[in-house]
Design a protein around this ligand. Sequence first.
Ligand code: PMT
Length: 398
Amino acid sequence: MLQGKEIVLGVCGGIAAYKAAELVRLYVKAGAKVSVVMTAAAQQFITPLTFQTLSGRPVHSELFSLLQEQDIGHISLADRADLLVIAPATANLIGKLSAGIADDLLTTTVMACKAPVLLVPAMNSNMWQNPVCRRNVEQLQQCGYHMLEPATGMLACGWEGQGKMPEPQTIRDESQRLLAPQDLAGETVLVTAGPTREELDPMRFLSNHSSGKMGYAIARAAAQRGARVHLVAGPTALLPPPGVELRPVASALDMHAAVMALAPDCSIIVKAAAVADYRPCCRQKQKIKKGSESTLTLELQRNPDILAELGRLPGERVLVGFAAETEQLLDNARRKLQDKNLDLIVANDLTAEGAGFAVDTNLVRLIYRDGRVEDLPQMSKELLAHRLLDRIRDQRGE
Ligand code: PMT
């Protein structure tokens, strides 16, 4: 969604300005072209050279810069933007914008800009709660400005509360959402992600290497494209994607209960989770002690096959499964497609470099109900998520 897009990033004077450097890096990594505009106060916290180096473009700060531009600076910046983001946005900037004040390069650029504007406030929690600030934020939202709520936590000023700038990944995700086509609006999508944990005793469990990256990427992409998204996820270390309703679970039985409760209201279901096929027959109440024997036998029992049960559920929906295989990829995946009554299965070759568990890329083959096979080149899980949603959208259309 960010490939080739022009992003104008405004940086105001707040301690969170240092995080804007990481944001520029993420935008550039995603293929966007970034022009940074700094207020005078921002330059007290971080130097223009940092942004110039990361964006590969000159940094703008002067309203009247005869040397920098032949065009009128703020107008050419405003015209070039596909998206204007201000991170961090201070109480001062929010107040100025809501009052219609345009007295420096950043505020004049915002005033002249017809592209979507995303404000990412960061300030002391008392300033954020101040009724004047609340009124200004509301006023700007009514005028169509997008706002990413500050996070809650320990603030640089020593206070604890709401006011922290959200993480750069969250701001990048929200930027992608604002630029994405809303072609899944009206759809309710259920995605499962991550591993399950089958407990043996209070200390130990059986699990697998799934990091949740693939499922989270699908949930994030679907939300960006306007869908309502439920994400049922086993334990992962990932940040919840913005706009997604996360339901954390642990075991296959927990996942089964959560998925079956949500499924009847969903028009698209994508099962990217790596669900344990078996769980211990009984979970010991106390830690299992080491015995004198050199071997230990565990007795396991089958978990419900959630995807197969979904395939038998009445109603109209697109049902997509994943197959993680180490041999006979196509045969095994085709059998799962048929047995579980799927519309589409994504076949992962776990032996291929840069594919499957924990890595940021994947290399898959899509197998359709009518037998067609589509080989996709290796790509990031983010991009694969969008490709997969393109195919699912086409199937919904049919
Ligand atoms: O999470 P990452 O680190 O990014 O890795 C991604 C991934 C490799 C986990 C993912 O892309 C993937 O392949 N997920 C499916 C892994 C798997 O469990 O495959 P399977 O062949 O065992 O299961 C086939 C399908 O049935 C899957 O959609 C699975 O969610 C589902 N299933 C399996 C068992 C079960 N009891 N219930 C199920 O619903």
